[in-house]
Ligand binder design. Sequence first.
Ligand code: FDA
Ligand code: NAD
Length: 434
Amino acid sequence: MAEKSFKYIILGGGVSAGYAAKEFANQGVKPGELAVISKEAVAPYERPALSKGYLFPEGAARLPGFHCCVGSGGEKLLPESYKQKGIELILSTEIVKADLAAKSLVSAAGDVFKYQTLIIATGSTVLRLTDFGVKGADSKNILYLREIDDADKLVEAIKAKKDGKAVVVGGGYIGLELSAALRINNFDVTMVFPEPWCMPRLFTADIAAFYETYYTNKGVKIIKGTVAAGFTAHSNGEVKEVQLKDGRSLEADIVIVGVGAKPLTSLFKGQVEEDKGGIKTDAFFKTSVPDVYAVGDVATFPLKMYGDVRRVEHVDHSRKSAEQAVKAIKAAEGSGSVEEYDYLPFFYSRSFDLSWQFYGDNVGDSVLFGDSNPSNPKPRFGAYWVQGGKVVGAFMEGGSGDENKDLAKVAKARPAAASLDELIKQGISFAAKI
Ligand code: FDA
Ligand code: NAD
């Protein structure tokens, strides 16, 4: 079994890993100092593409087109770019054991990797219906989406079951983006989720009503208030029917499940402090263990502007936290200083011809502004969240680049709002005045 030593190891090969590698390269690393270890077979890429462009029936996005860091307009690190920058990219290598005290990692093949500084960037994995003991949930063509291998299986299934029936289980990000992708591929799509409206962790009932009607107009059927309680399969093992808890059953050639994700922290259990389901860090993404940092989906970090600690499962934070950690590592070596992470939460999604952005916090009262008629060819509407008389969150569907910048400004500034009615009347111009 081989043993290799590096000054820095980034464990994980996703979005944070790509942005951390880019930042190391910007700050300067000597050949052989840095390794990126990933269980995926490809160099870090912009994960959001998998539920969007990757699934287009025509002109689909494919690697190397969306390697990090194109998502933020940065340099694209192709597999060969790592070598050129002296970074060792160790792919198809799953780490199965981590000993933080001994500063060593062991791969499934038994190889040992020693480090001086470790960045944990293992991200999240999907929650599986088999984990909840749902009967028949291991049938073929019940699919999940996290990594490029999953996306390839989905593309295969879309081809194999052309114009077939799809059931999408879950009404969150994956549920909404995948229902649209399957509908665009001419599948007969039914979405099923337990809550009274879609995307309840962000959307208000008013916002959700727009998307549900828009999706229904596009031919997506929506079943709320129930869950998938079991599946039956054909004799070849492929899924045939989804049984719902409310007694209904739905035929299905493909089932896509998006019922949430969990951060991959199990390698470090008992070795590092945790909080809110993630690895606890400070404002520089340092964990409780010296020389160990955690970034992206796995990090529970201080959200300075809200005086709170949070874990964020979105791409903007995974990029920025990775850059922050590398800056902090380099600063600690004496090449400058770095400010505390002062993050403004930013989430977005795209599906069909729709595109929304959200900045800030979705707490307090909420008001809708603009034209939220789903039948209009170019819907353009937004929402503000107001807490303690201040605007704390801002959302817009169909906003222009400048309008989206205004959303960010208003959510950061948290100005006082005279009244909810005034916000409705002023709409996006309220944010534009900040
Ligand atoms: P990420 O999951 O990107 O990377 C983790 C990496 O670690 C993977 O390569 C994994 O294989 C590897 N790994 C894990 N354990 C390992 C081990 N033991 N050994 C070796 N390697 C290991 N967000 C957003 O804001 N807008 C969007 O539109 C989308 N769209 C979107 C689509 C899809 C399909 C998904 C799944 C997710 C999104 N997201 C998103 C969320 C966003 O992609 C996510 O928050 C970031 O990818 C998180 O980055 P990380 O680097 O933390 O994890
Ligand atoms: P999610 O948390 O957004 O949504 C999970 C949904 O699952 C819930 O809203 C609920 O409707 C549903 N649910 C829970 N239990 C269920 C059950 N038993 N049956 C049916 N439905 C059930 O999680 P997700 O959509 O699976 O996304 C996974 C991860 O990927 C998250 O980290 C998410 O942030 C990320 N992601 C983000 C984006 C984006 O930001 N645009 C896009 C895709 C994925």
